[in-house]
Design a protein around this ligand. Structure first.
Ligand code: 1GP
Length: 243
């Protein structure tokens, strides 16, 4: 396992008040032959990191997918796995997630036990992350597949208490996620209440489709924002908004 270079990078950015942007690439949604062009667009943008993953993977191409990204960029590549089988040693790091907004033991600790011995044999940097699903309109794949109820969007205090518990458990990052393709982004009041109460870096994603929503997330206290669907739908999205 690697040292904490990605974590240091994220922590230093927070310390220096530099906001980070991660682009999520889902191997099911982007054809391998299109990938170099897609990554080129990311290189030309202000994005800082590339996340790879999805709640479900139908195609068995993860290693190849990550390798193509690696050949096309200098940006850190971080796995954002939907389950224990989404591991590739070709990436730089992995979000080692515990879905602490839910009460499904398989996503709190079960998948982690399956993945840990496999991860031990890799050089991936392990980024321990509290993962909180936030209600975002229509039910998301993440919520359905994990069989967990997201935190109601009008209950920022539950998100805050849950994030605090994650920090106290020793996780290094908190991730508030509406789920990929979320109808509504995480409410700014919820981001603010969480950000005001934790000291570790806060990642926010799900349903960010405009520059305003991105700025709202940052202004409310997100240290890193994640954009997937809006970029998948229009690979000029990042340029358009001059992020
Ligand atoms: C999902 O936070 C990510 O887990 C990104 O969401 O695809 O809605 O941008 P979108």
């Amino acid at each position: 396992m690697k040292e904490t270079s990605i974590l240091n990078y994220i922590q230093n950015a927070k310390k220096n008040k530099q906001k980070l942007l991660a682009i999520l690439l889902d191997p099911d949604k982007i054809l391998l032959k299109k990938l170099p062009e897609v990554v080129q667009k990311i290189n030309e943008s202000n994005a800082h990191l590339i996340f790879v993953g999805g709640s479900l993977l139908f195609k068995n191409v993860l290693d190849e997918f990550v390798q193509i990204i690696k050949n096309s960029t200098q940006l850190p590549i971080i796995l954002f796995p939907g389950n224990a089988i989404q591991i590739s040693n070709k990436a730089d790091g992995i979000l080692f997630l515990s879905l602490i907004s839910g009460r499904n033991p398989e996503f709190l600790i079960g998948n982690q036990v399956i993945a840990a011995p496999l991860l031990k044999q890799t050089t991936l940097e392990i980024l321990s992350t509290s993962y909180l699903l936030i209600e975002s309109g229509r039910e998301t794949t993440a919520s359905y597949i994990s069989n967990t109820k997201p935190i109601p969007r009008h209950k920022p205090e539950i998100a805050m208490a849950t994030a605090l518990a994650g920090e106290m458990l020793g996780h290094h990052l908190i991730y508030l996620d509406g789920g990929s393709g979320a109808q509504y982004a995480v409410p700014p009041e919820m981001i603010k209440m969480v950000a005001d109460n934790i000291n570790i870096p806060l990642i926010v994603g799900g349903g960010i489709k405009s520059e305003k929503q991105l700025n709202d997330a940052f202004e409310s206290g997100a240290d890193m924002a994640v954009i997937g669907t809006a970029f998948e739908n229009d690979i000029n999205f990042l340029k358009q908004y001059e992020l």
